[in-house]
Design a protein around this ligand. Sequence first.
Ligand SMILES: [Zn+2]
Length: 159
Amino acid sequence: MAKKKKRYSVLGNTPLTAQERVSRYMRGNKSKNTQPELRLRRALWQNGLRGYRIHWKNLPGKPDVCYPGRKLAIFLHGCFWHRCPHCLPAMPKTNLPFWAEKFTRNQERDRQNREKLKAAGWQVLVIWACQLQQDLEGCLFTIKALHAGVPESYWLEAA
Ligand SMILES: [Zn+2]
């Protein structure tokens, strides 16, 4: 069984060409229900933080998770695509101007979405994929607090 699975592995060990890597990044940006998202949602569910909506179209930027009743929006950002300030992912080695412009646009769009949400009275939490990976408990702790109504400003001041 395991052998068969391996034989049909999508990626194998063949190195990707630059173009394939770019395609993969592009797909990664668009894809929903990524592994970190599923992990976060499972953890929320297990911690009794239910009743969330995912990729809710009614909100700017369609946050990965939101609690309309609590006006709490959570973005789970991929580190590469959204340019994580914590793990500082390396820039692509080719087509640098293309990527630099794209990243700038992404970051600007992220910022605008956050501002629109805040202007509409939402609390906005950004969780980076690396944070979720390294400290799921810490992420849950923050989400629980926001969900319970502790204002986000408290966290900003405490940080
Ligand atoms: Zn990161």
